[in-house]
Write a protein that binds this ligand. Sequence first.
Ligand SMILES: Nc1nc2c(ncn2[C@@H]2O[C@H](COP(=O)(O)OP(=O)(O)OP(=O)(O)O)[C@@H](O)[C@H]2O)c(=O)[nH]1
Ligand SMILES: [Mg+2]
Length: 317
Amino acid sequence: MDIQSLSERISLQDRRAIAQAISVVENDSREAASLLHDLAPKLGNAYRIGITGPPGAGKSTLTSEMTKALRKQGKTVGIIAIDPTSPFTGGALLGDRIRMQDVSMDKGVFVRSMATRGSLGGLSAKAKDAADILDAAGFDIVIFETVGVGQSELDIAKAADTTIVVLVPESGDAVQAMKSGLMEIADFFVLNKSDREGAEQAVRALKTILTFRITHAEDEWIPDVISTVASKAKGIDEVLAEIERHEAHLLKTDTLIKRRVAREHDRIIELVESFLRVDFWTPERTKKLEERLKNVASHKESSYEVAQDLVSEFRGK
Ligand SMILES: Nc1nc2c(ncn2[C@@H]2O[C@H](COP(=O)(O)OP(=O)(O)OP(=O)(O)O)[C@@H](O)[C@H]2O)c(=O)[nH]1
Ligand SMILES: [Mg+2]
């Protein structure tokens, strides 16, 4: 693969090149490294939005309505939908939905689904790489859609300039959100399906929970709750306005750059760990582990001993 020509075609917003490049990051970490190295000077234009929440909350519907509204503002939108389990739900649905609404014919929109399946832990790195590709291609907005279950999915949603958590009025949702770590990552909440019963109470409950978090620190950002009926395109402008308000806050408090740097800091650590893991678990070392596991099972050796020996041997080489 000619990485240099690929990266040039990405800058020219060649859709096939963008699709190809995302396949490269999905499949080959060596080529991905050289591609992302080439693209580095072209990054920083896109504003990144993470959308997460429980399964079926309406994330895809919201994403596609937001995309339509952003297109009306003249902005281009790249979307990465993380498909949690099967090609028939989540991301694939988003693709279908967007196709249905004729925005896929629109050059200003690019949608890509990435599957969780089979990409043990590496998914979050790959999703971030894909976002970089869309950024380098000049999309004004990059949206990640992920289901808010599992650490990897939360990590992806968090790797945004603004993270939105979508909840629905069904009772217990806010409590569920607290348990699953969704509360902490939200820059604001969307209470979707506000056409359903209990929507007002749910907003109130959520706002009450949020007031407990207020620290009265200087320039504190206080997450708000925006009500939407995504299936009827209601509340979409309010969501976009809230994103703009959050962006303005990040700029005013000089935290947008800090947030982006912190994101790269975490990413470097993640990459270092994954590089080391690949180097470490050679077939020979995997075999050694299996052999000594027998001793651990029969209490002749401790797990610590085995781990330390494997690492010492790795260091010594
Ligand atoms: N009543 C009502 N239904 C909605 C609303 N928004 C979305 N839906 C419906 O809820 C269902 C799920 O919507 P999706 O957008 O696929 O939800 P999702 O969160 O992307 O789902 P997963 O990606 O599978 O987790 C669909 O049948 C939508 O039509 C809404 O505001 N009100
Ligand atoms: Mg979805």
